[in-house]
Design a protein around this ligand. Sequence first.
Ligand code: SF4
Length: 251
Amino acid sequence: MSRAWRLPGGCPYACDFCSVTPTWGNKWRNKSNDRIMAELRDAKAHGYNWVFFTDDIFVVFPNVRQRDELFDRIIEEDLGLKYIVQMRADVTAKNKPLIEKAARAGVKVAFLGVESGSEEVLKKMHKGEFTPQSVDAVNTLSRNGIVTLVGMMVGAPYERLRDIIASIRFSRKLARAGADAIQFSIYTPLPGTRVFDDAVRNNLLFTLDWDRYDIVTPPVMKTRLGASHGSDCTVLRNLQLLPLQVLQGGR
Ligand code: SF4
């Protein structure tokens, strides 16, 4: 039995596509380790085996020490729960002993939002991290036996074909570093984000049908790629299939 668990939200970063900061704010907030431990004991008592911490980033630089203590306490109490977390590549790569401890505490699955293999696109997204950190992070998680799921995107309004090719090539590198699955989604201007406001201002949206704003349906926004290579839908649909072929031949 599994339970999704959200510690209080907020993210200190400001990626242009992300709805977390417009929804939860730019300040990271947290529960005390005492409270988290009490809730984990409660989950255990109710028969749960898996806990998914749905925090957008489980470890951020200001809470490294607190998470370190939390993992110590989880190891000490030996609750026997397994955990799923969402991480950032930079924090993961810079805190290898913490990741080793996380694995000992029972973290079994981690999701990393890598987004792009193009440094230029990452800069424009304001992602605040770069490709070498992502390879290092995937490698660190994988070496510790943590199943590593990677999220990437195609279709940012400023992305060129060569950036997408860089992302596809980079996904092969991540697979070699130990990524267990890599998901390519369509960059979608979610309401409330800077990219949505820009798209409205520049008349780039095809539709305001929210059912289509789901990161997998063909794009809802005009892109540079669509303008130079035909319809956005056809180009991005085909590109979504490409990484699968690349990985099948690349690992
Ligand atoms: S993508 Fe991740 S790091 Fe960027 S703003 Fe959203 S939650 Fe924060």
